[in-house]
Design a protein around this ligand. Structure first.
Ligand code: ADP
Length: 506
């Protein structure tokens, strides 16, 4: 509003000035190029910012200059009068052009500023929505620039100066060493940085952040980084909740498997218990003789201890499988894992008249994982194999082999001589609720896949045209630093059997 009034005043003043110049120019015989003063009129109009008005002022000034030249009383020096008129016209044209050029530049700058403000607003909104802030860091000073979202993530007001030293008090104490290591790498000029860590905010809330930064300048010991800082707290919490649900599902499936094995488990426990009773009775007989035979009695008691230990072992194994506990990642000897799983299903295999054959790698391959969950996978595959072979008239053979591979992985293959898996089922084999059994739930293999993937491994199936199925598990070997690589991004090194149908997951 204020602008409009000012513009109107400027226009009026310019009009009045223009009129005065015209009258003086037309009615007097001054020895002076009065018309040059029209440039003031043009500049006053240009101040309003209107290009058409400026153009009009320029045109009108030129016309008035020529009119005044035409109607002016005769001058003493006609030649000088003409030169002054031309000079004024030149000044008017030049000023008009410059004023128009300036106005065009201003308009363009205003547009660019508006576009910049718009894209800044978009960026700020996108950063807010995606919870991703941008940061700039300069080493060795540690000076930083944070976007609004970065300020929010670090929990500082925008008035605070951004600096590396402000981040350190926010870093979760357990992640401090890792963050310091990363800063040392940046100080050394590492080209690319990726770091996931936690922040502990003043109100004790824990945030999970993911920093990705790229070195943009590196001159001597001066390095600059531009990066994105993502607040991934919600994703991490969702993942944790999902993992909790997966663990519950895996536990439910484990209990269901135990239910399937109940008869054979009961049988297996009854056997040593019956032996305990028989040995106890015979020990008593040796002791109650008129001449007690202590040696024979001691033998029987030793046998009792062995049988009771065996029963305890079986019960402990079953209790471990039935227990609902958080995953415990530890160093695991793969061969021991296979033998342990086979122990759980030994009786079931016998009941199905399945011969089990172990072909384990000579060297002890160790991995990092949760024993109960990995055992659950093997038990599931062995039970599936036994059930697949249950209707087969001929030889029923289960083979479990383990091998280490040159790419630092261990492969465990559970093969059977059952009917195999039809090619049309291969793509859905690991999908939840895919089952061909009348009483099946179709969750076993999908849970197995989840467990193996959480261990950084893969699970595939192969079924050669001649029959039989092989379920192939690949897990990363334990590396020197106690961790295992993630095999899922790597190309599987297993050579597929030519002409067989395969399903692959992981
Ligand atoms: P469920 O045992 O409840 O059916 P799974 O996910 O364990 O669920 O198995 C899904 C399906 O995969 C089975 O119904 C069966 O058709 C097929 N399958 C799994 N293992 C084998 C195997 N060794 N041989 C043939 N088919 C198999």
């Amino acid at each position: 509003m204020r602008n409009e009034t000012t513009n109107r005043l400027l226009n009026c003043a310019a009009f009045a000035l223009g009129l005065a110049i015209f009258l003086i120019d037309a009615l007097t015989t001054l020895d002076f190029a009065v018309a040059v003063l029209y440039v003031l009129v043009i500049l006053m109009v240009a101040l309003t910012g209107s290009m058409p008005a400026t153009r009009l002022a320029g045109g009108a000034s030129a016309v008035l200059t020529l009119t005044a030249y035409g109607v002016a009383p005769p001058h003493m020096d006609d030649h000088g009068h003409l030169v002054r008129c031309l000079f004024a016209l030149l000044a008017i044209c030049t000023t008009t052009m410059l004023a128009l050029r300036m106005l065009a530049d201003m308009a363009q700058r205003r547009l660019a500023e508006a576009a910049l403000a718009r894209s800044e607003a978009f960026l700020a909104e996108a950063q807010k929505l995606s919870k991703t802030g941008s940061i700039f860091i300069r080493f060795p000073e540690g000076t930083m620039v944070w976007s609004t979202e970065s300020y929010r993530i670090f929990g500082y007001p925008m008035t605070e100066e951004a600096h590396l030293s402000r981040i350190m008090p926010r870093v979760h104490p357990d992640d401090l060493a890792e963050v310091q290591r990363t800063h040392a790498a940046m100080l050394g000029g590492a080209p690319l940085i990726e770091l996931k860590h936690r922040l502990r905010m003043p109100d004790d809330e824990v945030l999970h952040v993911h920093l990705v930064a790229r070195r943009t300048v590196s001159e001597g010991d001066r390095h600059e980084y531009v990066g994105a800082l993502m607040d991934v707290t919600e994703t991490v919490r969702t993942q944790q909740a999902l993992q909790g649900t997966m663990a519950e599902l895996a536990h439910a499936a484990r209990v269901a498997t135990l239910g399937q094995l109940a008869a054979s488990i009961a049988h297996e426990v009854t056997q040593p218990m019956a032996a305990v009773i028989a040995c106890g009775n015979s020990a008593l007989r040796w002791l109650r003789r008129p001449q007690p035979n202590l040696e024979e009695a001691a033998d029987s008691v030793e046998q009792i201890v062995r049988d009771a230990s065996r029963a305890t072992e079986i019960i402990q194994r079953i209790r471990a499988m039935a227990r609902k506990s958080a995953p415990k990642y530890e160093q695991i000897d793969v061969n021991r894992l296979v033998v342990g799983a086979l122990e759980v299903v030994r009786r079931e295999l016998q009941d199905h008249r399945v011969a089990a054959d172990l072909d384990l790698a000579a060297d002890a391959a160790t991995i990092r994982g949760d024993w109960t969950q990995l055992q659950q996978v093997l038990v599931n595959l062995m039970v599936n194999a036994a059930q697949a072979m249950a209707t087969m008239p001929g030889r029923r053979q289960l083979t479990v082999s383990s091998r280490t591979t040159p790419d630092n992985a261990v492969t465990v293959i559970v093969s059977d001589t059952g009917p195999g898996i039809p090619p049309e089922h291969m793509t859905r084999l690991f999908h939840a609720f895919h089952t061909t059994k009348s009483n099946g739930m179709g969750l076993g293999l999908s849970i197995c896949r989840g467990i193996i993937e959480r261990h950084g491994g893969t699970i595939d199936a192969e079924s050669p045209p001649g029959g039989g199925a092989s379920l192939i598990i690949r897990l990363p070997l334990l590396s020197g630093d106690g961790s295992g690589a993630d095999l899922r991004a790597q190309v599987p090194s297993a050579i597929p059997i030519v002409g067989s149908s395969t399903a692959s997951h992981g």
